[in-house]
Design a protein around this ligand. Structure first.
Ligand SMILES: Cc1cc2nc3c(=O)[nH]c(=O)nc-3n(C[C@H](O)[C@H](O)[C@H](O)COP(=O)(O)O)c2cc1C
Length: 151
């Protein structure tokens, strides 16, 4: 059984692609986060600040305790990890876990890194590293950036 886990949210498939590359290369189980509600507009509405107090993602029914490293991925939205990612970091039991946050976006974001670190540390987990995979990333880009973090 894999000792690594990839958990990700993806609206338009970019993060899903990166998650697949990471899961394949680093022999990880993979779970796509599902959100409450239906349809694109519903998901987009999660961007609204007023939704942040509510549950956004359905927490996967899985024991995170059995994994060594948990890769958590999602898109950059308004320079931050998308609300679904923040909601997962807020509510999942990540205490004591080693976490890598990988986001996809048009460009890297200092704010996204800062916010990711805050959420991971608040969850009682250790952030091994953070990366934003910029548009048109290749398999090699993903593997190199993740390898640089967990080497
Ligand atoms: C609502 C929304 C806000 C976005 N904001 C940003 C942003 O601030 N910075 C950025 O680089 N990309 C931004 N993007 C682009 C996405 O981060 C990028 O397309 C990402 O790879 C999509 O991931 P996905 O296909 O897994 O959903 C935004 C996209 C959406 C839909």
């Amino acid at each position: 059984m894999a000792k690594n886990l990839v958990v990700y949210f993806s609206l338009t498939g970019n993060t899903a692609k990166a998650a697949g590359i990471i899961a394949g290369e680093f022999k990880a189980d993979s779970i796509k986060l599902d959100t409450h509600g239906k349809g694109f507009l519903k998901v987009l509405s999660h961007h609204s600040r007023k939704y942040l107090g509510r549950e956004i993602v359905k927490l996967p029914d899985i024991d995170l305790g059995k994994y060594d490293v948990i890769f958590i991925g999602g898109p950059v939205w308004s320079s931050k990890p998308a609300p679904a990612v923040r909601d997962f970091l807020k509510r999942a039991n990540l205490k004591g876990k080693k976490v890598v946050v990988f986001l996809t976006g048009h460009k890297s974001s200092v704010i996204a890194e800062k916010v990711s670190r805050e959420f991971v540390e608040k969850a009682g987990a250790k952030l091994l590293g953070f990366t934003v995979l910029e548009r048109h990333f290749s398999n090699e880009d993903v593997v190199k950036q993740i390898r640089d973090i967990i080497k």
